[in-house]
Design a protein around this ligand. Structure first.
Ligand SMILES: NC(=O)c1ccc[n+]([C@@H]2O[C@H](COP(=O)([O-])OP(=O)(O)OC[C@H]3O[C@@H](n4cnc5c(N)ncnc54)[C@H](OP(=O)(O)O)[C@@H]3O)[C@@H](O)[C@H]2O)c1
Length: 269
């Protein structure tokens, strides 16, 4: 019998055997300890650093790849991450991916049309294919909610890049790929060494929207209504949803804002 019995650990029980009259029953326990090794692309960014921190807190080995490498601030979890400096378009994947059990991509951002296509779309396509070529079993992409926008507004390089990346993940990893689609993510964002407390707005807004959810639900079919109604999500919830994805092999596909929060609740303590 095989049973998931603890975070990251699978136990097999070989059944109890009673030996006639020769003492107590014995149970053989074989512990099959699954050690996770996660590569976070953009591990020093806003979302990436929360993912690295959460992974370290759960005993997961973490490697980060980003152009600027190790962050300049100090924290105990920072010392437990292997920080590799490199551009995803020119990465030495041998150095980054060997032995990884999952790749998490936080690559994405704004800029000109061309820049948005490149970082949201092409960069992730490159990463998915590198992971696939190296036989990494799982790929997790931080994408974005579509805010219920009419299709002509979803034509910007940001959204088309994201959807291209999603398709690549889901086609190359049909049975293990994970696409998280958060809306606004709040928490403490560091910009040039200064902490911007986005949670001062994000946390109360999340609570207000939850409180009025029953009244606002009928409006959610209106185009673009989610620009006002989509719940913000705490950066730590995104991070713990990623940890859930890393450790739960039954967790794959596309996940909405509410599903991200549910997944996070499963692993948060
Ligand atoms: N923040 C939000 O409210 C929000 C909401 C929904 C979805 N998202 C999505 O969540 C993801 C993370 O967002 P974020 O706010 O954490 O962004 P961020 O702080 O700008 O982080 C992006 C990370 O990617 C790295 N990076 C960029 N270009 C790279 C390249 N060519 N090669 C290697 N690394 C590269 C950056 O490091 P270097 O610059 O040092 O390379 C940084 O670590 C994005 O995909 C974003 O679209 C964010």
């Amino acid at each position: 019998m095989s049973k998931s019995c603890k975070f990251g650990i699978k136990c097999s029980y070989a059944g109890a055997s009673v030996q006639d009259g020769s003492g107590p029953a014995t149970i053989d326990v074989v512990a099959d300890i699954k050690s996770e090794r996660v590569v976070v692309l953009g591990g020093n960014g806003f979302v990436g650093s929360a993912i690295c921190k959460a992974a370290v807190s759960k005993g997961v080995e973490v490697i980060s790849l980003s152009r600027s490498g190790r962050p300049t601030y100090s924290a105990s979890w920072v010392d437990q991450v292997n920080w590799i400096s490199g551009d995803v378009f020119y990465a030495n994947w041998d150095e980054v991916l060997v032995g990884a059990t999952a790749v998490v991509s936080t690559l994405g951002g704004f800029g000109s049309e061309e820049q948005m296509q490149r970082i949201n779309g092409e960069a992730n396509v490159v990463a998915v294919n590198a992971a696939k070529d190296f036989g990494i079993p799982k790929f997790i992409l931080i994408s974005v909610h579509d805010y219920n926008l009419p299709s002509f507004l979803l034509q910007s390089g940001y959204f088309t890049g994201k959807r291209k990346a999603e398709s690549e993940v889901l086609s190359k990893y049909p049975n293990s790929g994970v696409v998280l689609r958060p809306g606004l993510i709040y928490g403490k964002r560091r910009v040039d060494g200064v902490e911007i407390p986005l949670d001062l707005i994000g946390a109360p807004l999340e609570r207000i929207l939850q409180a009025v959810e029953n009244f606002t639900k009928p409006l959610s079919s209106l185009p673009a209504s989610d620009l006002l109604l989509a719940s913000p999500v705490n950066v730590d919830d995104v991070a713990f949803a990623v940890i859930n994805a890393v450790t739960d092999d039954d967790f794959f596909g596309i996940f909405t804002i509410d599903q991200i929060k549910e997944a996070a609740a499963k692993v948060k303590v």
